[in-house]
Design a protein around this ligand. Structure first.
Ligand SMILES: [Zn+2]
Length: 182
């Protein structure tokens, strides 16, 4: 343990010379490739009245505004929004960004509610969606998080570069349609 290597395999000089990407102070547009999507948590549930985050439990109503959803407990009172963590690679580095509803809809091709309903019937849909997006080339505009607690750069907008790009939900529908017939 005493003769530790001198970290010679780390290109320290190259990385420190450039301005660290986590310190962008204005929206920055770049081309990147999707490395991986965190499929374990693609969306979250909010109260449709006050938009506070709710636990992922269909029977719980909003404790903040005491909105009563007893008339139609399943559909009214709450909705889902995308919140997707994904690793992207630029020509210099790989890092994690967070993508909220507006940007994520571009890649998923549907609302978070539609995706959630689809995933309820198809348990592996989230994993398959992540896989469908891996390797996709994108032009993203990244912004610094406005919330001081946020750890990741935020995807303000996203444009798929491939002319053959199709939203994840389309890929999934094809996938499950094929499997369903056989
Ligand atoms: Zn509420």
């Amino acid at each position: 343990m005493s003769n530790q290597p001198t970290n010679s395999d780390e290109p320290v000089n190259q990385q420190t010379r450039k301005r660290p990407l986590m310190e962008i102070d204005k929206p920055t547009t770049m081309t990147c490739t999707v490395v991986a999507v965190d499929h374990t948590s693609l969306c979250y549930r909010i109260c449709s009245v006050c938009e506070k985050t709710l636990p992922e439990n269909p029977t719980s109503s909003c404790k903040y505004c005491n909105f009563s959803n007893s008339f139609n407990p399943r559909t009214s009172g709450s909705k889902h929004l995308f919140r997707v963590l994904m690793s992207i690679a630029t020509d210099t580095k790989v890092f994690v960004v967070v993508m909220f509803d507006r940007a994520a809809r571009v890649l998923f091709g549907c609302s978070a509610d539609e995706f959630f309903d689809f995933a309820k019937i198809h348990p592996y849909a989230a994993m398959a969606a992540g896989r469908a997006l891996e390797g996709e080339m994108l032009t993203v505009t990244l912004t610094r998080p406005t919330n001081g607690n946020a750890q990741h750069l935020r995807v303000a907008s996203v444009v798929p570069l491939s002319s053959s790009f199709q939203p994840a939900i389309e890929t999934l529908r094809e996938l499950y349609r094929v499997k369903g017939v056989s």
